[in-house]
Design a protein around this ligand. Structure first.
Ligand code: HEM
Length: 242
């Protein structure tokens, strides 16, 4: 083989490798965007459902029961809830695995850190996506132990009544602080995540669509994180009581 041919063969192989890497990076970003949108829809509905706590003990517990019986008798009791749980678990695995793969790729592409990193134009939310995401993962594990899998009443009270468990939990100031910090992390994550997923899906190609995507990021973050914070805050301040 002449040197010229071998040089071109090497260059072509590198080019093909590069195209494959770019394609799989796009696939990973799409997976992040789609699983992220599943989460946005879930937290929006979950936040709205939590507001039932303002309607009092019976209305809230009726709602908690309704979540378990929705779809019956076609589905068994908790059948629809299990479909939702499976969708959430699959989305979580896809979201975390693609984030880890993209994180690894970014580190491989820049093995040596920037000597000076000024972050002049990036927002706080975009800079905290990785650590904020990990914080949320730890929060979600605790949250499920708190209210679903373990049902832990930190005040020592009963755990068999969903409304009372909620009120006892947020009557405990330090637990409310933990939830509010988690909601701040959630707000930051949603702010950049919403913009980022719209970008991946190709909705930020013009100046006006970028502006719209930025506004969408703010709206989603404020409505969801703000809405979630209401129940813990109003319980701590004695508006939502047993
Ligand atoms: C202040 C914020 C939040 C409050 C007060 C709250 C409250 C609750 C409560 C009371 C339950 C139990 C519902 C029941 O079993 O009847 C629950 C379940 C759950 N929450 Fe939250 N939640 C909050 C934020 C979040 C966030 C940010 C996520 C993120 C994904 C989340 C994910 C879940 C999941 C996956 C379940 C389990 C649903 C199931 O499979 O039974 N929650 N939440």
């Amino acid at each position: 083989m002449s040197p010229r041919v071998s040089c071109c063969a090497v260059a072509t192989t590198e080019l093909v490798k590069g195209v494959r890497t770019t394609r799989s990076t796009i696939a990973l970003k799409l997976l992040m965007a789609i699983s992220g949108i599943v989460f946005i829809l879930f937290v929006l509905v979950h936040m709205y459902g939590n507001l039932k706590a303002f309607s009092g003990h019976d209305a809230y517990n009726e709602y908690a029961e309704h979540i378990r019986t929705v779809g019956t008798p076609i589905l068994p009791r908790t059948g629809a809830l299990w479909v939702l749980r499976v969708v959430l678990i699959v989305s979580l695995v896809a979201h975390v695995a693609s984030a880890a793969a993209l994180w690894k790729r970014a580190n491989r592409a820049r093995p040596v850190n920037y000597q000076v990193k000024r972050n002049l134009s990036s927002s706080l939310s975009s800079r905290t996506m990785r650590w904020g995401g990990l914080t949320l993962l730890v929060f979600i594990i605790w949250h499920l132990i708190n209210f679903t899998i373990g049902k832990v009443n930190v005040s020592g009270g009963a755990t068999n009544d969903p409304y009372n468990l909620l009120v006892d939990s947020f009557d405990t100031w330090w637990l409310t602080v933990i939830y509010l910090v988690a909601m701040l992390a959630l707000g930051l994550h949603l702010h950049h995540g919403t913009f980022s997923s719209l970008q991946t899906l190709g909705y930020t190609n013009t100046a006006s669509s970028r502006q719209r995507a930025r506004v969408a990021g703010w709206v989603v973050a404020i409505v969801i994180a703000g809405g979630f914070s209401l129940v813990p805050l109003f319980t701590l301040f004695g508006v939502i009581t047993k």
